[in-house]
Design a protein around this ligand. Structure first.
Ligand code: NDP
Length: 327
């Protein structure tokens, strides 16, 4: 079987290459999956490169998500031929992941592919899109409904942002996308954004703890100073789903928006998400994400493209969704 193997030399330097390896080298697990597609996330960029502290042992096969067909299973929940998708559980970090023709994993980590979604579409969605759906579900649970005002999506042309934009627009929300790439404006409008907010308009540090009440909700992939600014721009009682840290992990904010405007900050984790929520999110993706919009986001790739793509995503240079055909 072919796999992208990351090795570490005696000086601690890592290198990634496509290699032919024996299937027996796959880690322990109760289900073996013939992987069809994977994708490229920020964490993959780290794991293809120096590891960012995520990878425990080398040689390593990265790929934090994949979709494919069950080849063999020791678990009664899955049988050969079942279509499955996997995100999270530290697969591709602590456990060998999806950048290979086969993967062996725990049955608990898998989700059956919902009707109406192909394995290729599932990886066009990927961890980023799955997390975007979790963020939208969290905002809805807090009472967000169409018609309450514009919903802000930060890092809009990235993976999380693109899918969040398409889902929200399809559900009838007015979507404002923040981007640092002016050339992404048409792409975001095609996904359904009705307003483009230049990154520099919202990236500066908080000067006043409260600004005009502007956003009815927010899916935030950026964190840092931008999230701090956004908190002060939320409408009364509105919620921000904090998904990512593309702009930084610090939160240089004040608590004033929480105290005077009842703003809510909702944490979104995709890695340890309980099974029932995963099932619901994947079902919602199959119904609420317009597949023709998804198709327009896809950038196809192969295992051999991954070292380059891993470096690109760390520089914030990947737009939309990379779909890796591992075969
Ligand atoms: P991408 O790299 O595809 O997208 C991030 C986007 O953020 C970029 O495309 C860019 O958008 C914007 N951006 C990048 N750098 C900066 C910066 N310095 N300041 C402001 N904006 C910036 O990543 P993903 O969409 O895959 O992931 C987004 C974040 O979410 C990452 O931090 C990732 O680790 C996190 N994540 C978290 C998950 C969870 O479980 N909570 C799951 C998946 C991802 P533009 O060019 O339009 O400005």
């Amino acid at each position: 079987m072919r796999a992208l193997i990351v090795e570490k030399d005696e000086d601690g330097k890592t290198s990634a290459s496509v290699q032919e390896i024996e299937e027996q080298r796959l880690p322990e697990g109760d289900v073996t999956v013939a992987v069809e597609y994977s994708t490229v996330n920020y964490k993959d960029g780290l794991c293809i490169g120096p590891g960012g502290g995520l990878v425990r042992n080398y040689p390593h096969v990265p790929g934090i998500d994949f979709a494919g067909t069950v080849e063999s299973s020791d678990d009664p929940r899955y049988k050969p031929g079942d279509k499955v998708v996997l995100t999270g559980w530290r697969v591709g970090e602590a456990h060998w992941g999806g950048y290979a023709e086969k993967a062996r994993v725990k049955a608990d980590w898998l989700v059956p592919l919902p009707d109406g979604l192909s394995t290729r579409e599932a990886m066009a969605v990927g961890t980023a899109g799955f997390t975007a759906m979790l963020a939208v579900m969290a905002l809805e649970k807090q009472g967000l409904k169409p018609g309450q005002g514009p919903v802000l999506v930060t890092g809009a042309s990235g993976g999380v942002g693109s899918v969040a934009t398409a889902i929200l627009a399809n559900l009838g929300y007015e979507v404002a996308g923040v981007t640092g790439r002016p050339e992404s404006a048409d792409y975001l409008k095609d996904l359904g954004a009705s307003q483009i907010v230049p990154r520099e308009d919202i990236a500066e540090a908080v000067k006043r703890p409260l600004e005009s009440e502007t956003w009815a909700g927010c899916v935030d992939a950026v964190g840092g100073a931008m999230l701090a600014r956004v908190l002060g721009q939320m409408k009364y009682g509105a919620s921000v789903a904090a998904v990512g840290l593309a702009g930084g992990a610090a939160l240089p904010a004040t608590v004033v928006p929480f105290l005077l405007r009842g703003v809510n900050l909702l944490g979104i984790d995709s890695v340890m998400q309980p099974y029932e929520n995963r099932l619901e999110a994947w079902k919602r993706i199959a119904t609420d994400l317009p597949m023709e919009k998804l198709e327009a986001m896809i950038q196809p790739a192969t295992l051999a493209d991954l070292p380059g793509l891993g470096a690109d995503i760390l520089k914030g240079q990947v737009r939309g969704r990379v779909v890796v055909d591992v075969n």
